[in-house]
Write a protein that binds this ligand. Structure first.
Ligand code: DX5
Ligand code: ZN
Length: 220
């Protein structure tokens, strides 16, 4: 069964608390926290996501899935460890070298969180292979990171399938998470390609009864 990670990036101002309560009631598997520093991507959501994730941690025990779209990954890991995330994902493209990637993996594990590495659409999937044995999740971006409400880039379907094949051929246990433009039109293709954690923001928050759309995404 796939898991749903609801991105809170596009939560309506002034409706944050009721949205977070409603998402908890709808039993989203994760809250997906999109942390942007205004450098790795244009938008800066850093402070806002710090506030939102602290609030969510106070009202809910549901897992948090922190997606760091930042240049200073070390700082992001330190700052967001305060909300005890279940997963912290950083971008391969923000790391200078292998050593830095391995340091980030170690730092996240020392914090007791699961480790994710994310790759942007133009990054060849082969670049993440060497790290797969050490991480829990590979987050395949199905849009260019930086904002919600975009359309899934269909070339990413093959990329997911290639990753899934490599994971199976090498007897690895790495989860495949997909992020961007996931909705009832695209969910079946990403699932059959091998994704087992689906991030959705617009598709869920645009609805009124979140449990209906979450279940439809799960059971499609
Ligand atoms: C984009 C974020 C995604 C985005 C997903 O940079 O990483 O999590 O918010 O939003 P939707 O589901 O609206 O594409
Ligand atoms: Zn994200």
């Amino acid at each position: 069964m796939v898991e749903i990670s609801t991105s809170i990036l596009t939560v309506k101002e002034g409706e944050e608390a009721e949205t977070f309560f409603a998402l908890e009631k709808a039993r989203t598997d994760y809250f997906h926290i999109d942390v942007m520093d205004g450098k790795f991507v244009e938008k800066d959501t850093y402070q806002k996501m710090m506030e939102y994730s602290s609030y969510i941690r106070r009202i809910s025990n549901l897992p948090m899935d922190v997606h760091l779209m930042v240049e200073d990954i070390k700082k992001g890991i330190e700052d967001f460890s305060s909300v005890e995330p279940n997963v912290i994902t950083f971008h391969l493209e923000a790391c200078k070298n292998e050593e830095e990637v391995m340091e980030n993996i170690k730092k996240i594990k020392e914090m007791g969180a699961k480790v994710g590495i994310s790759v942007k659409p133009n990054t060849p999937i082969e670049e993440v292979y060497q790290y797969l044995p050490y991480i829990h999740i590979c987050l395949v971006m199905t849009v260019e990171p930086g904002k919600g409400g975009q359309t899934l880039i269909t070339d990413m379907i093959d990329k997911i399938a290639t990753l899934k094949k490599y994971i199976e051929q090498n007897n690895l246990e790495t989860d495949i998470e997909v992020d961007g433009g996931i909705n009832l039109k695209t969910v079946q293709r990403v699932k059959s390609a091998g994704a087992n954690i689906l991030v959705a923001g617009t598709a869920i928050l645009a609805g009124t009864d979140y449990s209906i759309i979450i279940n439809e995404l799960k059971n499609s």
